[in-house]
Write a protein that binds this ligand. Structure first.
Ligand code: 6PG
Length: 484
């Protein structure tokens, strides 16, 4: 048969199927393949019925249907399966052909795979695809990185199927070389963890602190979604709170309080540790999921320890407004931290990241899409060199506007024994970040005292290191001075 397909997609789980149908809607001819080939026929007979989607029952057949350069997109589970498919594909492809990984792969794997596939004369793209099944079908956010020469060949497809913002710009653009796309997607997911945790803390305060019902909280989230917090995650929270189980009771109350996670949040924290960037809020969000998963231990501990009565006195609506501002301020900190990580990664891996462009990619289609990201885009449009979001005039004003409510919420939560790790770590970061002087002078003295690790002095130029014989028993020899 004459090769006529624009792209092949391997992997017919829900994301793969929906991306295929989305591509089909935009006039592309897609060939579908799946390791369990019976799924191909099922897909053609059902979801893809009446479309121009083609099916292949083997990799050679799939390749034979593709126009050159061949574009093959993997929508398979991150990890081993990606490497296995690359090995299976290589003998059937030729120089200039493009392998695309659209899963949530670890960015270091994508760096390795880009180099490997390029060493075989082919091109590689590792791309983040966000928006869940609905996004994949109607318009996801797509964050591609890898071999730059591959981009012109996938750009028309990716930008056609991606979500569009109000002015029609697609939520998809080239991110950078090798693992850049997957790094940006990983950071997106870390921020997603943070946003979700912040919403859960607001819910916890309203539920236990203010004694509100799911229906009452539904109203609050509906209201919040009309203002500065307008976002997909607030919107789905609003809808979740109104959702009733078969017996008419709120379903949310019947869901076990143990969170799962697939690893991208953890990877974000690991990357931040490696680069020395304090993304404290995402870290707390990951650890909060871990604590939630220790259900049995928590049940036992709850029988040993009681805390203060959680009910918060005072005007309910005033405190709800305080929670909204605390959430908003914490969110500003979380994105500030996320962008710090992106900046550090760009430096480490020599990626030329476009920070405003990333905000635009996240503005629509993805899980963290929000009005807020439009503001971040504006901040970077005004000043592409912006080193910290906090220093952008708009966000500076907003943090100042919310600060007293934020402090009130954190202080109240602590007094009432309601855990708010993300709200409080955000505030602690803010207070540390705005401190000209921190207690690290004492810490340096301690390090020098017990290990001769040396310190710098406020009355001497930076870069000169001193050691003191604190006890009279130590010598004058210092350890080498370095910071990892
Ligand atoms: C997206 C999501 C998605 C993620 C799931 C599950 O952008 O569409 O980030 O990629 O895999 O939300 O993540 P966890 O299981 O780790 O919560």
């Amino acid at each position: 048969m004459e090769p006529k397909a624009d792209i092949a997609v391997i992997g017919l789980a829900v994301m793969g199927q929906n991306l295929i149908l989305n591509m089909n809607d935009h006039g592309f001819t897609v060939v579908a393949y799946n390791r369990t080939v019976s799924k191909v026929d099922e897909f053609l007979a059902n979801e893809a019925k009446g479309t121009r989607v083609l099916g292949a029952h083997s990799i050679p057949e799939m390749v034979s249907l593709l126009k050159r350069p061949r574009r093959v997109m993997l929508m398979v589970k991150a990890g081993k399966a990606v490497d296995e498919f690359i090995e299976q594909l290589l003998p059937h492809l030729e120089p200039g052909d493009i392998i695309i990984d659209g899963g949530n792969s670890l960015y270091q794997d994508t760096m390795r795979r880009t180099a490997y596939v390029e060493s075989k004369g082919l091109l590689y793209i590792g791309t983040g695809v966000s928006g869940g099944e609905e996004g994949a079908r109607r318009g996801p956010s797509i964050m591609p990185g890898g071999s730059p020469a591959a981009w012109p060949h996938v750009k028309p497809i990716f930008q056609a199927i991606a979500a569009k913002v109000a002015d029609g710009s697609p939520c998809c653009d080239w991110v950078g070389e090798n693992g850049a796309g997957h790094f940006v997607k990983m950071t997106h997911n870390g921020i997603e963890y943070g946003d979700m945790q912040l919403i859960c803390e607001a819910y916890h305060l309203m539920k236990d602190g203010l004694g509100m019902t799911p229906d009452e909280m539904h109203q609050v989230f509906a209201e919040w979604n009309k203002g500065e917090l307008d976002s997909y995650l607030i919107e789905i929270t609003r809808d979740i709170l109104a959702f009733k189980d078969d017996d008419g009771a709120p379903l949310v109350d019947k869901i076990l309080d143990t969170a799962g996670q697939k690893g991208t949040g953890k990877w974000t924290v690991i990357a931040s540790q490696e680069m020395g960037i304090p993304i404290t809020l995402i870290a707390e969000a990951v650890y909060s999921r871990c604590i939630s998963a220790m259900k049995d231990e928590r049940v036992i501990a709850s029988q040993h320890f009681s805390g203060p009565k959680p009910r918060i006195a005072g005007d309910r609506q005033t405190f709800i407004n305080d929670i909204r501002k605390a959430l908003y301020a914490s969110k500003i900190i979380s994105y500030t931290q996320g962008y710090m990580l992106l900046r550090a990664a760009a430096q480490e891996y020599k990626w030329n990241l476009n920070y405003g462009g990333i905000a635009l990619m996240w503005r629509g289609g993805c899980i963290i899409r929000s009005v807020f990201l439009g503001k971040i885009k504006e901040a970077f449009d005004k000043n592409p060199q912006l080193t910290s979001l906090l220093l952008d005039p708009f966000f500076k004003k907003e943090i100042k506007r919310c600060a007293s409510s934020w402090r009130k919420v954190v202080a109240t939560a602590v007094r009432k024994g309601i855990p708010v790790p993300a709200f409080s770590t955000a505030l602690a970061f803010f207070d540390a970040f705005r401190s000209e002087r921190l207690p690290a002078n004492l810490l340096q003295a301690q390090r020098d005292y017990f290990g001769a690790h040396t310190y710098e002095r406020v009355d001497k130029p930076r870069g000169q290191f001193f050691h003191t014989n604190w006890t009279g028993r130590g010598g004058t020899t210092s350890a080498s001075t370095y910071t990892v």
